[in-house]
Design a protein around this ligand. Structure first.
Ligand code: SAM
Length: 346
């Protein structure tokens, strides 16, 4: 877990007498015990929910839906802003609606993350005057008190609506804001799928067990289904990715060919897969995280049966080949260009 000073400062303000709702995306560092036992965490990441639960918080994992699952409203909501604009707008707007009049919303983030722009927009839309406390390294921490004034919405469109963004060999790909690169096909993943086509010409996947590690909206998992795998698991830690990949794979799920599992690096899955596809993340929130590449490679090694193969794609600046060589018997370069490389690992 990364250390996030913004989150630590966000937790340090106030008296600690009242329960609070802490809203967290993937950049959450380790949490201290809640100062008030009925405090809660809402997060879109299943690993963050597990970490919060272990630290003594009641954790709710969903795609930032401020519904009944959160329990009774509390008058103190705290949010360390996310990386994606549409996610930030969703959390701010939904938190504001959920907060009782007189309650306080605390928002923290760094200047270079755009915090000043978000707060200027909410001040105009909700007719409020946020109070600013500055911290180290351009940290901005705002206190915003909810008044009676009827708010305008910060959101241009429905955050939760699934949309068809493209198709893959005649089957629609559903996606939504909050999913990695939600409205386009990733160049790295497309290169991986090109390599897969050549690979399958020599080794058909019919009847095999396949897994898509970090599935996003389910593109690689769908390709495994189309290749004839008998069983495909699509897994990601992000609640938005869960709903998008479930929609993309709906026909395959209904036919018993695919499953979608919320998980931290496939940790709850048993091994014995024949073919694993992965375009691993190299960011955690705003930070570049090469440790994630290593965790995904280790997961691949654990999930493959002896003789099974993994195809990985990564940006050239990610030390994928060096890290893979330490873990796999065979590391072969299948394809590449000036931005990405595709490796086959055995
Ligand atoms: C580069 S994206 C690839 C998405 C998708 N496979 C595609 O090709 O479009 C990496 C994915 O890994 C997911 N991810 C990040 N951390 C994770 C973790 N600890 N466990 C599982 N998935 C994770 C992200 O949510 C994201 O969907």
């Amino acid at each position: 877990m990364i250390h996030d000073t913004a989150l630590q400062q966000l937790l340090a303000v106030g008296t600690g007498d009242e329960p609070l709702l802490l809203v967290l995306d993937e950049q959450a560092g380790a949490l201290p015990l809640p100062r008030q036992p009925s405090s809660r965490v809402l997060t879109n990441r299943c690993d963050v929910a597990t970490m919060a639960g272990r630290a003594g918080w009641t954790a709710v994992f969903n795609d930032f839906a401020f519904g009944a699952a959160l329990g009774p409203p509390c008058a103190d909501v705290r949010y360390r802003i996310s990386k994606e604009k549409r996610v930030v707008e969703q959390v701010l707007q939904a938190a504001w609606q959920w907060l009782p009049v007189g309650g306080v919303l605390w928002v923290a983030g760094y200047k270079e993350e755009g915090i000043k722009t978000f707060v200027a927009r909410l001040a105009a839309a909700w007719q409020v005057v946020p109070e600013l406390q500055r911290g180290e390294r351009h940290l901005h921490l705002y206190r915003v008190q909810k008044s009676q004034s009827p708010p305008q919405s910060l959101q241009a469109a429905d955050y939760h609506r699934l949309q068809v963004i493209a198709d893959w060999h005649g089957e629609p790909l559903y996606s939504k804001p909050g999913v990695f690169g939600w409205d386009r096909l990733d160049e790295g993943s497309t290169l991986l799928l090109q390599s897969l086509e050549g690979w399958l010409a020599e080794r058909p996947a019919t009847g095999l067990r396949g897994v898509d590690l970090g599935c996003g909206f389910g593109l690689l998992a769908l390709a495994l289904c189309q290749a004839g795998c008998a069983e495909v698991v699509a897994t990601d830690n992000n609640a938005a990715a869960m709903s998008a990949s479930l929609a993309t794979l709906q026909r395959r799920v209904a036919a018993g060919q695919a499953r979608v599992v919320a998980d931290d690096c496939g940790g709850s899955l048993g091994g014995d897969f024949d073919l694993l596809l992965c375009n691993p993340p190299f960011h955690q929130g705003f930070a570049v995280e090469h440790e994630l590449t290593e965790r995904f490679l280790q997961a691949a090694r654990r999930l493959l049966r002896p003789g099974g193969r993994a195809l990985f794609v990564a940006n050239r600046f990610v030390p994928l080949e060096r890290k893979a060589t330490a873990l796999f018997r065979e590391v072969r370069r299948l394809d590449g260009n000036d931005r990405f490389q595709v490796l086959a690992l055995a």
